[in-house]
Design a protein around this ligand. Structure first.
Ligand code: PGA
Length: 248
């Protein structure tokens, strides 16, 4: 056993109008005193209202991305400082959908994570291999390179959460076997310890993401180096997400 507190993090992606805020109230009603940390990353348009609703609840609110600069001529972008200003405490960086659709590199993800820390946010840094890499048995090599390239120096157990999300498992209903998940999470733990030292390396939470559901969250969450989940589809409805929160 370790003393890392598990995290149930919901990534709503580009889903949710104002009426979806009622899901947060329903989640709170279902788990008023969760054993794990709960974070919801709604679209940026809902952060302010969600943070207000969550003020009295044990639910944290996060962004799904941030720009690497604090301010400037970057039409359409939002900075980490702005997310913090509007009530967010966390931000996802390097999600595979952004790495793919916006060609985000490890170096950019590292800058974004750095600016998240400068704004006082917890960075949830995402890494994960494609199906082609998995089939070519390159998973650990890819994940190792993303890990060292995407995480700035100065990580602590408080400012960094790593999310391992195999791209082929996201939104597909497919998940790696428990042994495959363990292999990657154990590898990430070893890499974190070798770079940041025993204490910090053991304190950083490592989440699994990719088709986590109420019916697989218990067994995945029980693996030694799995400290919770980053959940997309199953975080949208309180009925599902509250079961994942309870499982973790
Ligand atoms: P999913 O998404 O749970 O819908 O597979 C996870 C994610 O992309 O963070």
């Amino acid at each position: 056993m370790n003393n890392r507190r598990k995290i149930a993090a919901g990534n709503w992606k580009m889903n949710g109008l104002r009426q979806a805020l009622s899901e947060v109230e329903a989640l709170h009603a279902a788990n008023p005193n969760p054993n794990c940390e709960v974070v919801i990353c709604p679209p940026a348009t809902l952060i302010r209202s969600m943070a207000k609703i969550c003020g009295e609840m044990e639910i944290n609110v996060g962004g799904q991305d941030c720009h690497e600069n604090n301010a400037g001529a970057h039409t359409g972008d939002i900075s980490a400082e702005m997310l913090a200003d509007t009530g967010a405490t966390h931000v996802i960086t390097g999600h595979s959908e952004r790495r793919e659709a916006y060609a985000e590199t490890d170096a950019l993800v590292r800058s974004k994570s750095q600016s998240a820390w400068a704004a006082g946010l917890v960075a949830i840094v995402c890494i994960g291999e494609s199906l082609a890499h998995r089939k070519a048995k390159d998973t650990l090599e890819i994940v190792g390179a993303q890990l060292s390239g995407s995480i700035p120096d100065g990580a602590t157990g408080e400012n960094l959460v790593v999310a391992y999300e195999p791209i082929w498992a996201i939104g597909s209903g497919l998940t790696p076997t428990l042994d495959e998940i363990s292999e990657v999470h154990d590898f990430i733990r070893a890499q974190l310890i070798s770079r940041f030292g025993e204490a910090t390396g053991n304190a950083v939470r490592i989440l699994y993401g990719g088709s986590m559901k109420p019916d697989n969250a218990t067994e995945i969450g029980a693996l030694a180096n799995v400290d919770g989940g980053l959940v997309g589809g199953a975080s949208l409805k309180a009925a599902d997400f509250s079961r994942i929160v309870a499982a973790l």
